[in-house]
Design a protein around this ligand. Structure first.
Ligand code: F3S
Ligand code: F3S
Length: 105
């Protein structure tokens, strides 16, 4: 699967969402998350992100490795819905993300 990592937090450009053919990029309050069971590894989202927040899981920089679990846990916590557009933005974030200080860049 592809994974969204820390650089998305408090940026949420959302250019990635329009590229995804399977609508598996879910919106929280401070970042977006990829559903790992639905992502088909097409890679279309990765170059669309202006802050390089998206990586194929095997290519994640060491400091972002934990985000594979963060993405998976977030979509599991909201019931692993089938389609991000249908449910729209979700209130809240993964606990690790919610606890981050404001990411001013
Ligand atoms: Fe975030 Fe980049 Fe998408 S900032 S919302 S991963 S385009
Ligand atoms: Fe969608 Fe990106 Fe996966 S465009 S299918 S989340 S690689």
């Amino acid at each position: 699967t592809y994974v969204i990592a820390l650089p998305c937090v408090d940026v949420m450009d959302k250019a990635c969402v329009d590229e995804c053919p399977v609508d598996c990029i879910y919106e929280g309050e401070r970042m977006l998350y990829i559903h790992p069971d639905v992502c088909i590894d097409c890679g279309a989202c990765e170059p669309a992100c202006p802050v390089e927040a998206i990586y194929f899981e095997d290519d994640l920089p060491d400091e972002f490795i934990g985000y594979t679990a963060v993405n998976a846990a977030f979509v599991a916590a909201i019931g692993s819905p089938g389609g991000a557009r249908r449910i729209g933005p979700v209130a809240g974030d993964h606990a690790l993300v919610a606890a981050l200080p404001p990411q001013i860049r």
